[in-house]
Design a protein around this ligand. Structure first.
Ligand code: SF4
Ligand code: SF4
Length: 104
């Protein structure tokens, strides 16, 4: 498992670095985040949820039945969108109301 960080979008806030439980992410000299140990990522998706500019994608590799797709998030107000983009271009979106997600 691993993530990909889009350096064009990254604004260097460091939130992904701070939230990663494995301290796998660092900020480079250019102020952009990068993953130091991609093989050690276990896909908790914390960094995806924290990134304010949605610069991080998670690879859905064959090892987890993902067929090479990507998962990323976007947010509109209180709605967090989990988006799966498949290699064939199709997209599945699951919306979660963050006001409800920690209710129970
Ligand atoms: S998905 Fe989790 S383990 Fe992997 S880099 Fe992001 S925060 Fe770290
Ligand atoms: S949370 Fe997003 S914007 Fe902030 S450093 Fe990480 S990748 Fe860059």
């Amino acid at each position: 498992m691993s993530i990909e960080i889009n350096s064009q979008k990254c604004v260097g806030c460091g939130k992904c670095r701070d939230v990663c439980p494995g301290t796998l992410i660092a900020l480079g000299r250019d102020g952009k985040a990068f993953i130091r140990y991609p093989r050690d990522c276990w896909g908790c998706t914390s960094c995806l949820k924290e990134c304010p500019v949605y610069a991080i994608s998670f690879f859905l590799g064959a090892d987890i039945g993902g067929m090479g797709g990507r998962l990323h998030t976007e947010k509109e107000g209180d709605i967090l969108k989990w988006m799966i983009e498949r290699p064939d271009g199709s997209v599945t979106v699951t919306e979660v109301d963050t006001r409800e997600s920690n209710k129970y």
